[in-house]
Design a protein around this ligand. Structure first.
Ligand code: PHB
Length: 395
């Protein structure tokens, strides 16, 4: 009987002690919760390539550099915004801030999705890292935006300058009819005509299901030496290339000049010989020769077997910037201090060296002129000329 009582007593003591231990360890964890990064990205629908590149680029950085910074675990919370959906983007940003209590917001393939969250992140003082969306004006809409990708004027202006330098005088422009398209058209016309070139015609095509045939025919009929085209990556460039070839523009000697959005690394092999010789300007090519790019490609391949593109590099560099901020703030995140830490930051990116312009919170980076070539059975944008340390000329 006595023994039984002793047994019950020891059982109670052990249970209480265990309870105290669990409580104490929970308290320790509660003192150091993870740093949460909420990602708003296009993970489904016809633009799911955007989201997968961005998120897998971010994951590749974490794979390479570990998931603990300044003693704090890093947690990614990925929210699918579908396609260009400003209302959904707004709701997701609210959820991430109020419910998930994230420390950073990141992602954004599309301009309208980034623009939509500006008032929300400003009110919440939430540092927000844009990993692609490229309309120049975005970073002026909130002091809590920082962009680790590019702007369309930044990638387009060197293309216009290169075109003039290489003897082109009459060019037709075609762009997608929304923010980055308008930016690209404006930057091309400004730089090209300033040098003495002539824009002989222009078209803006809707973002949804455009029928390219008539537009491409109009381009051909105006007999330019070249066409300059900006379309967001995805299905539009593939559909455009089909019409460009079917209507015989290349055969008629009308050169295609574009940006890396149309000559997206992801679709090079699908375009095949149709894109051979196309000249484009951009901040990143999968073919870029550097140890940083080698390391990026190796890390990315551990996350995703597909070929990455510039959006993946935006995700990777965006995480690099966030890691640097967390380190600098010793793991204690404050919105204003984080924004101060982003300004002037330098990163050895897979695309080349980049600096975050303290005045605009946009990148200062090299823009490369590239030509599509076939190497070892695959198609690449091979860089052959560099415009060094280009700032966004759109502001
Ligand atoms: C944008 O919406 O800002 C955007 C989307 C895709 C691109 C470039 C810019 O390839």
């Amino acid at each position: 009987m006595k023994m039984q009582k002793l047994g019950v007593f020891s059982f109670i003591v052990v249970t209480v002690l265990c309870g105290m231990l669990v409580y104490a360890s929970n308290q320790a964890f509660a003192a150091e919760p993870p740093i949460k990064i909420g990602m708003i990205a296009e993970m489904t629908g016809s633009f799911s390539d955007f989201g997968f590149n961005i998120v897998n680029g971010a994951k590749a950085y974490m794979k390479e550099h570990g998931d603990t910074v300044a003693g704090r675990k890093i947690e990614l919370i990925v929210k699918d915004v579908g396609g260009p959906s400003p209302e959904v983007s707004k709701r997701l940003a609210q959820e991430l801030i109020v419910k998930d209590k994230v420390d950073f917001i990141a992602g954004f393939g599309f301009t309208p999705n980034a623009l939509a969250v500006a008032p929300i992140i400003t009110e919440a003082k939430k540092p927000t890292v844009i990993m692609n969306a490229a309309t120049s004006i975005i970073t002026t809409k909130s002091p809590y935006f920082v962009r680790l990708s590019m702007t369309l004027p930044q990638t387009t202006e060197p293309m216009a300058q290169w075109a003039y330098k290489n003897g082109y005088r009459k060019i037709y422009t075609l762009v997608a009819d929304y923010g980055p398209g308008h930016d690209s058209e404006g930057a091309f016309k400004k730089a090209f005509t300033k040098l003495g070139g002539q824009v002989v015609g222009d078209s803006r095509v809707p973002l949804k299901n455009p029928e390219f045939g008539p537009y491409v025919q109009r381009m051909k009929d105006s007999k330019p030496q070249a066409v300059f085209v900006f379309l967001p990556a995805g299905e539009m460039p593939v559909a455009f290339m089909k019409s460009y070839n079917e209507r015989g523009l290349a055969k008629a000697g009308i050169k295609l000049l574009t940006t890396g959005d149309v000559m997206n690394d992801n679709v090079q092999d699908a375009l095949g010989d149709h894109a051979l010789g196309v000249i484009s300007s951009h901040h990143y090519s999968v073919d870029h020769k550097s140890p940083e790019n080698k390391a990026f490609l190796a890390a990315f391949s551990k996350i995703d077997p597909a070929r990455p593109n510039y959006m993946a590099v935006g995700g990777y560099d965006g995480m690099a910037a966030i890691y640097k901020v967390i380190k600098q703030l010793n793991g204690v995140i404050d919105g204003d201090k984080a924004m101060a830490a982003f300004k002037g930051m330098k990163i050895n990116s897979p695309r080349g060296p980049i600096t975050i312009d303290p005045a605009t919170r946009d990148t200062i980076e090299n823009i490369y002129i590239r030509e599509v070539k076939k190497i070892g059975g695959h198609y690449y944008n091979v860089e052959f000329e560099t415009y060094n340390a280009v700032k966004d000329p759109g502001k």
